[in-house]
Design a protein around this ligand. Structure first.
Ligand code: DAT
Ligand code: MG
Length: 137
């Protein structure tokens, strides 16, 4: 299978809590390649494009507000099956129940808001990865 790329975001909670380095260490230890990386303060338009699939859901507006609350780190990550591999490293969406050993399971929890503050984003398919990489890079 040819090498694949994915979009990873260290979300505002991860950056604010000083976890960027710990998260990058796990990605690097797994052996994926950092192709590009930058600190970004996205505007609402970027987030509306990025989260277009969630428009109308109850957590959509709180999600966009949360993503506007501080900078994120955007990463273009490469490797064989990296889309699936990074989502496995990240753990499931809800950090309360994400498996220990995953980024969300080890560093995340429920902070009592209207949105899951779950530290990272990873594209969920090759189509999403291509679309999202074009938005952020
Ligand atoms: P993932 O980030 O695991 O791909 P997703 O694409 O379904 O999850 O949702 C995007 C983000 O929206 C997710 O990281 C956190 C938030 N979110 C999803 N489902 C939620 C819910 N039921 N309640 C609160 N926030 C939610
Ligand atoms: Mg998703």
């Amino acid at each position: 299978m040819p090498t694949e790329e994915t979009l990873v975001l260290v979300k505002p909670d991860g950056v604010a809590r000083g976890l960027t380095g710990a998260i990058l260490a796990r990605i690097e230890a797994k052996g994926y390649a950092l192709v590009d990386i930058k600190l970004v303060e996205p505007d609402r338009e970027v987030l509306e494009q990025h989260y277009a699939e969630h428009v109308g859901k109850p957590f959509y507006e709180p999600l966009v507000e949360f993503m506007l609350s501080g900078p994120s780190v955007a990463i273009r990550l490469a490797g064989n099956r990296v889309i699936e591999g990074f989502r496995s490293l990240a753990g499931t969406t809800d950090p309360t129940t994400a498996a220990p050993g995953t980024i969300r399971g080890d560093f995340g929890r429920d902070w009592g808001g209207k949105v899951q503050q779950n530290l990272v984003h990873g594209s969920d398919s090759p189509e999403s990865a291509a679309r999202e990489l074009a938005i952020w890079f």
